[in-house]
Design a protein. Structure first.
Length: 470
């Protein structure tokens, strides 16, 4: 089961307490010992079938382990059925694992009941999972108690989960100690949680290392958090990778934070993806931030949708920017509505832009108020736009002053327009200085208009530069 940041983790255990190694080396030539077990398995020796499957699995030859485990399971060997279920899960065929797990559980193997519970929970069948986990726990399986605690905790039944985690932890289940530490941390008992998480981390639990790193980071003990966060991320704990990235950024080591976030993002963690986008922007590589932002947007992180839309706009990719902006706006994010309005304005759909811009403005986003005024002016309603632009300008938003100048210019109020555009120009907006020059020229203040045009040119306005000359 893949668990997100801070999640309690159910365990899957091998029959006869033998933990299967996740080897990844090349296939090995069949040894005499393996050949002997294969021959015995073919001759109906159930124990040899189990041993052969275990031998291959330990060598990292998971697919080859399926056949002997299946043969042993068909002959009624519960350990073979349990390990067949594990192999099927590892091969991405989780739905097929239920039968073997259930056969082993029914045959009286508590570890198989615990594994069945973890599988059912992962498949979203939490009610059935609770029944099987309770059966395993009642039969004396520490893994079963841990898995039952995990299921109950996910349902908010923390008071029921805690004694189950304690029982399993006391019986040597490291993962239960980690889960108990996480529960204590999240329920305000940080000191006790830290002790358990540190012990479980030392015992090799990646989730415990990740949880410990998050606890230390939250307490401001950044230097202490790096060790467990590094261990957690290296072991594949997604939350640990996110925590590692955060602490490295806090230590000013942004370039080192990037691969940690990338690992979390590649594992499907939206928080890792959005943080990856942010750190790439901070490293001056904004174009590379778009992809992780879009991935995080698909994970329903509205801020990532907005960030993706803004970067796509800046790159002139208006058509691509609309989808993430609309997703954020439809999800109730005012920044998304503002971004959507800007996209619609940028694609000359001012009438459609009005509704999302109005939503964002009413939510208190001042730039959206200014852009709403622009949209209303574009559709021939500058008088309606004036109060929105004035609200933004009076609150200190330079773009609001720019848009206020625009609607006042449309209304023929040149002196008022020059005042608003002047405020935008003073704030460093080239277009504000450009508009100020136009308005001053209308007022007959030729020299002042020329000075404003020179200011616009100095800020990079090409049209103003052409007007003032070399």
């Amino acid at each position: 089961m893949t668990c997100g940041k801070g999640a309690r983790t159910p365990g899957v255990v091998c029959a006869a307490s033998l933990l299967l190694a996740a080897g990844c080396g090349p296939a090995v030539v069949r040894s005499p010992a393996e050949q002997a077990r294969a021959d015995a398995c073919d001759g109906g020796d159930v124990g040899a079938c189990f041993d052969l499957g275990l031998m291959r699995d330990r060598d990292g030859r998971t697919a080859e382990a399926e056949e002997p485990y299946r043969a042993g399971c068909a002959a009624g060997n519960a350990p073979s059925c349990n390990n067949l279920g594990m192999v099927l899960v590892d091969l991405g065929r989780a739905e097929e694992a239920e039968g073997p797990y259930r056969a082993a559980c029914t045959a009286g193997a508590p570890v198989a009941c615990a594994n069945l519970a973890a599988l059912l929970d992962d498949l979203g069948r939490s009610g059935e999972a609770e029944v099987e986990a309770r059966r395993a726990c009642d039969a004396g399986s520490p893994a079963g108690c841990n898995n039952l605690g995990t299921i109950l905790d996910a349902q908010g039944r923390t008071a029921e989960a805690e004694p189950l985690f304690r029982r399993a932890c006391d019986e040597g289940e490291t993962l239960a100690c980690a889960n108990l530490g996480l529960l204590l941390r999240d329920s305000g008992r940080a000191a006790e949680g830290e002790t358990l998480l540190a012990a479980a981390c030392d015992g090799g639990s990646a989730s415990a290392c990740g949880g410990l790193a998050e606890l230390l980071l939250g307490a401001g003990r950044v230097d202490e958090a790096e060790g467990p966060a590094t261990a957690a991320c290296a072991a594949g704990d997604i939350g640990g990778c996110v925590a590692l990235g955060l602490l490295l950024e806090e230590l000013g080591r942004k370039a080192e934070a990037e691969p940690a976030y990338a690992r979390a993002c590649d594992a499907g963690e939206p928080v890792g993806c959005v943080n990856l986008g942010v750190v790439r922007e901070r490293l001056g590589r904004a174009p590379e931030a778009v992809a992780p932002y879009l991935q995080a947007c698909e994970g329903d992180i509205a801020a990532a949708c907005v960030n993706a839309a803004v970067l796509l706009q800046q790159q002139g990719r208006w058509a691509e920017a609309e989808a993430p902006a609309r997703a954020a706006c439809d999800g109730g994010d005012p920044g998304g509505c503002h971004a959507l309005g800007v996209v619609l304005l940028g694609t000359e759909r001012a009438t459609e832009a009005e509704a999302p811009l109005r939503t964002a403005c009413e939510a208190g986003l001042l730039p959206a108020c200014g852009n709403l005024a622009f949209a209303l002016g574009t559709t021939g309603r500058p008088a309606e736009g004036e109060p929105f632009a004035r609200r933004a300008c009076d609150a200190g938003d330079a773009s609001g002053c720019l848009n206020l100048g625009g609607v006042l210019l449309d209304l023929g109020r040149f002196a008022d327009a020059a005042d608003a555009s002047g405020r935008a120009c003073d704030a460093g907006l080239a277009l504000g200085c450009h508009d100020l020059a136009v308005e001053l020229d209308h007022l007959g203040r030729t020299q002042d208009a020329l000075d404003a045009a020179r200011r616009a040119c100095a800020l990079g306005d090409a049209e103003a530069c052409a007007f003032v000359g070399p």
